[in-house]
Design a protein around this ligand. Structure first.
Ligand code: CDP
Length: 245
């Protein structure tokens, strides 16, 4: 396919402007067997994340006597895309995304509290449309919070990239394929620390600074969606409670 024009008169192919996120909807605990779980719809991405543990790390040689080990498995369901490049399941890309996701949560989980234990984070992509690692991290964060595992912050992630010389937030798959750069970033919103930064393509130092600012600004919306999802079950309960008295 010939490269489409990604931005015309300031509008992207799906009508967004450069700073606009796709719609984000999150719900908690769809997986009843898990310690905590979450489901996210982020644009056309549909992802479920489930967290198990803390529990004794097995096999035993994986244990750390000082802190919990974090295990993470990101996978794309075989039906999640009609993609021509690559196959679903555990391939090099899935191994890479599992690793960077694990590292994001190693940085925030209070691991010292659970020596000898493991915490397993699963991210399963049911439908994909670009930005699944970012949406997966955002979703896994909510699953961890729902599980009650203590964290010093609740990370979110989103990509920023460059198309037709303009920085664009939250690239979908067509933009991801045809943009000149893509930079997924995870932020710890409380401290505004950068927890993950990857880059594919070319950006100037100024682009990187402005991109990070766009991601931090977008955090207001993403963090709000995460918090609202966590509060929703309790608000429902309190409404039911109020109706009953
Ligand atoms: O999803 P993310 O942007 O984090 O990772 P990517 O490797 O940049 O992939 C971009 C998009 O390509 C994914 O979101 C999928 O929509 C698609 N893709 C796919 O359909 N099948 C693959 N094996 C790899 C990527």
């Amino acid at each position: 396919m010939e490269k489409p024009t990604l931005i015309t008169n300031g509008k992207r192919l799906d009508g967004r402007d450069q700073n606009t996120l796709r719609p984000i909807k999150i719900s908690v605990n769809p997986v009843k067997n898990a310690a905590g779980s979450a489901y996210i719809e982020w644009g056309n991405n549909k992802i479920v994340s489930a967290v198990y543990g803390p529990r004794e790390a097995l096999p035993k040689h994986t244990q750390d006597p000082d802190k919990a080990v974090i295990k993470c498995r990101y996978t794309m369901a075989p039906f999640s895309s009609l993609e021509e490049h690559g196959r679903p399941g555990m391939n090099r890309r899935a191994i890479e995304i599992s690793k960077v996701t694990k590292e994001v949560f190693e940085n925030v989980i209070l691991r010292d509290l659970f020596p000898g234990n493991e915490i397993s984070i699963f991210v399963e992509v049911l439908q994909s449309d670009g930005g699944t690692r970012a949406a997966g991290i955002t979703c896994a964060s909510v699953a961890l919070a729902a599980s009650g595992i203590p964290m010093r912050d609740m990370p979110y992630a989103v990509s920023v990239g460059k198309a037709e010389d303009t920085l664009i937030l939250d690239l979908d798959k067509i933009e991801d394929n045809y943009s000149s750069a893509d930079m997924p970033i995870a932020i710890n919103p409380r401290t505004q620390e950068i927890n993950l930064l990857q880059m594919d393509g070319e950006l100037t130092p100024d682009d990187v600074h402005r991109g990070i600012e766009m991601v931090i600004k977008a955090g207001e919306v993403i963090t709000k969606a995460q918090r609202e999802a966590l509060l929703a079950p309790y608000e429902m309960t309190s409404e039911k409670y109020k109706a009953s008295i």
